[in-house]
Design a protein around this ligand. Structure first.
Ligand SMILES: *Cc1c(COP(=O)(O)O)cnc(C)c1O
Length: 389
C-alpha cells in the first residue's frame, strides 16, 4: 500500500507530551494496581438528577429528534441571557450575541478558522489548554506564546509582548480561572486586556470554562463586565464543569455580534447544532443553577482543603487555589515535572499531570485534579508521605 502522507497542518501539531505517562498509566492498570487518578480534569460526580430527568422528558418528544437549528433553540439562548444577567449583571442579546456550542472546546478550536489568516499571529498563554495552540495551527496562524509566570500571578505580561510583531497579532486567548495553573484574575486585568486589544486591534477569546468553580465566596468576573469588551471579545462558557456534564457536550459562546456571526458561519459548514433535548436539559440546568452550585462547591472546597493541608503537613509549600478543581504546585527540588509524575506513579500509584505537558513554562510544576473523593485524597497524601519521602 502507498504511504499516506498527513497534511502539513497535522504534522505541525506539537508533540503529545503525555505519551509516556499514558503508557505507564495503562501498564499500571493492566497490572491491577490500585491507582489514584488525579490526572484527568473530568468530574467524578454524576450529572444532577434534575438535569437527567429533564433530558429524559425532552427525549420523548419527537420534535427533538430532528436536526437542531444551527443558531440553537431561541429558548436556550434566552435562558443563557437570563443566567448571564443574573450571574454577571451583563445584558446579552439572545438574537445575535449568543451561539450554542457542542462543548466549549469545539468553539475554541474553530474560532481561529473564522478570523485568522495564514501567517497571522495568535497570542497564546503558556502553559495552556491545548486547543488554543492546535486551533491556531489548523488555521495556519503563528503561535506567539505569552508566558504565565508565578511572579506575575500566572497572568500574561501584556507590556512584555514583542512590539515589532504586535501589528501581525490578530487574536489572543485567555482563560481565567485558569487551567492548569488555577490562577484567577480580577476585573482590572480584563480592563487592561480590553484596552490593549482595542489599541492593537486584537480579538480576545476568553475561555471561562471554570467561571463557576470558585471558592471562599469568590465570584470570577466575565470579561463583559468591562466597558467596551463587546467590541473586541468573545467568551466561551461550558456546562461541563459547572453541572458535571462533560460527556453531554454543551456550552456557548457570547459577545461581539460580528465574532459570533463569523464563528456561526464556520459551524454551519461543519456541524448541525446541539441535540435539542440536550439544549432543553441545559435550560433547566441554568434555571436551577443557584440551588445546585452551592453543594458542588462545598465538595470541591473540602477536597481542596484536604489535599493542600495534607501536602503542607508533610513539608510541601502548596497554595490553596481560589478557583478550578486543580492544584498546581512546584515539584520537589531534585525532580523535573516528568520525573516527578513518573515517581508518583511508580512508587505511590498516583497519577498526576506533569506541568510541561501544557507548555514549556509549565516545567517544574505538577497538576493534581480534585476529581476523586476526600478519602482517596487522604490516601494519596499518605502514600506520598510514606513512599516518596
Ligand atoms: C474542561 C475545559 C473546557 C471545557 O470543555 P467542554 O468542551 O465545554 O467540555 C474548556 N476550557 C478549559 C480550559 C477546560 O479545562
Amino acid at each position: 500500500m502507498t504511504k499516506i502522507e498527513k497534511s502539513e497542518r497535522l504534522k505541525k501539531l506539537p508533540p503529545y507530551l503525555f505519551v509516556e505517562i499514558d503508557k505507564a498509566k495503562k501498564r499500571a492498570r493492566d497490572e491491577g494496581r490500585d491507582i489514584i487518578d488525579l490526572g484527568v480534569g473530568d468530574p467524578d460526580i454524576p450529572t444532577p438528577r434534575f438535569i437527567i430527568d429533564a433530558m429524559n422528558k425532552a427525549m420523548r418528544d419527537p420534535k427533538t429528534h430532528r436536526y437542531a437549528l444551527d443558531q440553537g433553540m431561541p429558548e436556550f439562548r434566552q435562558a443563557v441571557a437570563a443566567w448571564f444577567k443574573k450571574r454577571f449583571n451583563v445584558v446579552l442579546n439572545p438574537e445575535n450575541e449568543i451561539q450554542p456550542l457542542i462543548g466549549s472546546k469545539e468553539g475554541i478550536a474553530h474560532i481561529p478558522l473564522a478570523f485568522v489568516n495564514p501567517g497571522d499571529v495568535v497570542l497564546v498563554p503558556d502553559p495552556c489548554y491545548p486547543p488554543y495552540r492546535s486551533g491556531t495551527i489548523f488555521a495556519e496562524g503563528e503561535v506567539l506564546q505569552m508566558p504565565l509566570l508565578e511572579k506575575n500571578h500566572f497572568l500574561p505580561d501584556l507590556k512584555a509582548i514583542n512590539h515589532s510583531i504586535l501589528h501581525k497579532a490578530r487574536m489572543m486567548f485567555l482563560n481565567y480561572p485558569n487551567n492548569p495553573t488555577s490562577a484567577t484574575c480580577d476585573k482590572k486585568f480584563f480592563k487592561d486586556v480590553v484596552e490593549f486589544a482595542r489599541k492593537h486591534n486584537i480579538i480576545v477569546c476568553h475561555d471561562a470554562a471554570y467561571s463557576e468553580l470558585a471558592f471562599d465566596g469568590f465570584k470570577p468576573p466575565s470579561i463583559f463586565e468591562v466597558e467596551g469588551a463587546k467590541d473586541v471579545a468573545i467568551e466561551f462558557h461550558s456546562l461541563s464543569k459547572t453541572f458535571n456534564m462533560t460527556g453531554w457536550r454543551i456550552g456557548f459562546a457570547c459577545g461581539s455580534p460580528q465574532l459570533i456571526e463569523g464563528l456561526a458561519k464556520i459551524k454551519a459548514n461543519i456541524d448541525s447544532g446541539v441535540f435539542s433535548a440536550i439544549q432543553m436539559a441545559a435550560i433547566v440546568a441554568m434555571e436551577k443553577y443557584d440551588s445546585h452550585i452551592r453543594s458542588l462547591l462545598k465538595v470541591y472546597e473540602e477536597r481542596r482543603d484536604v489535599l493542600i493541608e495534607g501536602l503542607n503537613a508533610i513539608g510541601w509549600n502548596a497554595q490553596k487555589p481560589k478557583a478550578t478543581f486543580y492544584v498546581w504546585t512546584k515539584v520537589p527540588h531534585r525532580y523535573t515535572s516528568a520525573t516527578f509524575a513518573q515517581a508518583l506513579l511508580e512508587k505511590a500509584d498516583i497519577i498526576a499531570t506533569p506541568g510541561n505537558g501544557f507548555g514549556a513554562h509549565g516545567e517544574g510544576y505538577i497538576r493534581m485534579a480534585l476529581t476523586v473523593d476526600k478519602r482517596r485524597i487522604r490516601e494519596a497524601v499518605d502514600r506520598i508521605k510514606k513512599r516518596l519521602a
